[in-house]
Design a binder for this molecule. Structure first.
Ligand SMILES: Cc1cc2nc3c(=O)[nH]c(=O)nc-3n(C[C@H](O)[C@H](O)[C@H](O)COP(=O)(O)O)c2cc1C
Length: 389
């Protein structure tokens, strides 16, 4: 496990992280997020401090057959200093072939997805289905290791179901197959977001990485905790209860890229309305630069706008309007009009709940942000690239 320097002992998350030959500037990563972690969203998260971001999960088959949409998803903006990519596949050989191709495309690190719970993915033997076969876990990482000298990682869950939690064995095999990093999402495949993250399960995985490495005289992989990280409190809890080297933020960044700033500064950060407005407009500009100014681009941006439209007085009405936008210019106009209703210094989440109702909440409403957004078992909503794969 990586030690933090004594000089900065209160700012653990701001310490750099060494992943193989890659130096990551801090310990707060943005997860690969299907349909979400595109260039514009990554850019706003990077600006708020995310140490490492990823292209969303790609299918090994789609990479192998040079699927056009999959290659479009791999586009990197010149401002992106570091960029990871994630792949999944139905056999260790398929994943290794895809990794050879990804290696030549200039990514800084490659992750293997062994955690995706989506039914269409697992029934093709991809994502969390890999966890059901320990030999396949090992073979997948071993062949991947032979296919690239880039920093290599795997993202896993605690097991396929609660009855067959196998995180200790999975992490041991990943460690012995020489991965540089392992990210552990503290849920099983069959658990949805309504099940709170199981930090003790993540801890078991981390202990297994350490003991397997020590017993075999191999380097200890960097360990990353994932699940239910929405703010500095939950980030600290993950760190303290698991001993992880770093954390990966997922739903916590949706509509709240400031979560990186909050965790890195280790104090609650509620943006003022002026900051919020500025960032949302910038995201719109990045989105337009990346996707064009078309109705399709507007449709893709809608989910982000709905996630952003939370936590200021009167914002529910804004959310309802943004839900119907068919052009990015209309979104800008709606935001401009809304801006006339609030003082620039109005802090987010302080005076109201997510819907903008005054003084209703007794706890941090960030926890409410997208608890409902459940890509759990049986979810058929796949990205085109995954479907094609
Ligand atoms: C919209 C969405 C898309 C996701 N896409 C991916 C993906 O492409 N690859 C991946 O490893 N995990 C993906 N995940 C899972 C998250 O990375 C993460 O493991 C999970 O949401 C648990 O973290 P959380 O409780 O903090 O959200 C996705 C999650 C969401 C909500």
């Amino acid at each position: 496990m990586q030690e933090q320097s004594k000089s900065n002992k209160n700012l653990f998350f701001s310490e750099p992280l060494q992943v193989g030959k890659l130096r990551v500037k801090n310990r707060v990563l943005l997860a690969p997020l299907a349909g979400v972690s595109d260039v514009p969203f990554r850019r706003v998260c990077q600006e708020q401090g995310a140490g490492l971001t990823y292209v969303e999960m790609l299918s090994a088959t789609a990479i192998r057959y040079k699927n056009k949409r999959t290659f479009e998803m791999m586009v990197r903006h010149p401002s992106e200093n570091l960029l990871g990519v994630q792949v999944t596949g139905s056999s260790a050989e398929d994943v290794a072939i895809a990794i050879e191709q990804l290696d030549a495309l200039g990514f800084d690190t490659i992750d293997i997805n062994m955690g995706c719970p989506v039914k269409k993915v697992t029934s093709a033997g991809c994502g969390s289905a890999i966890l059901k076969d320990p030999h396949r876990v090992e073979k997948t990482v071993r062949l991947a290791r032979q296919s690239t000298s880039l920093p290599l990682s795997a993202k896993i869950r605690l097991g396929f179901t609660r009855e067959d939690v196998n995180v200790t064995d999975t992490v041991s095999r990943i460690t012995l197959s020489a991965a540089d990093m392992v990210t552990i999402h503290g849920r099983t495949r069959s658990e949805s977001y309504s099940t709170p993250v199981d930090c003790s399960g993540v801890r078991l995985g981390i202990q297994s990485a350490i003991s397997s490495a020590c017993n075999s005289a191999r380097p200890i992989p960097v360990t990353i905790g994932n699940g239910d990280i929405f703010d500095i409190g939950s980030a600290r809890r993950m760190r303290e209860e698991t001993g992880c080297d770093g954390i990966m933020v997922s739903r916590g960044a949706l509509g709240n890229p400031w979560v990186f700033r909050e965790i890195l500064e280790e104090q609650t950060y509620n943006p003022t309305f002026a900051e919020w407005h500025d960032l949302v407009l910038r995201h719109l500009d990045y989105h337009q630069a990346h996707c064009g100014n078309t109705p399709t681009a507007a449709a893709l941006m809608r989910k982000h706008l709905l996630w952003y439209a939370k936590g200021y007085p009167g914002i529910k009405a804004l959310r309802d309007t943004l839900n119907r936008i068919e052009s990015l210019d209309v979104a800008r106009e709606i935001l401009k009009n809304f801006a006339t209703t609030l003082a620039p210094e109005t802090p987010r989440f302080v005076w109201c709940d997510v819907d903008g109702n005054a003084n209703k909440y007794m706890y941090d409403p960030k926890y409410e942000m997208d608890r409902q957004l459940d890509r759990g078992v049986g979810d058929e909503d796949l990205t085109p690239a995954t479907q094609e794969g």
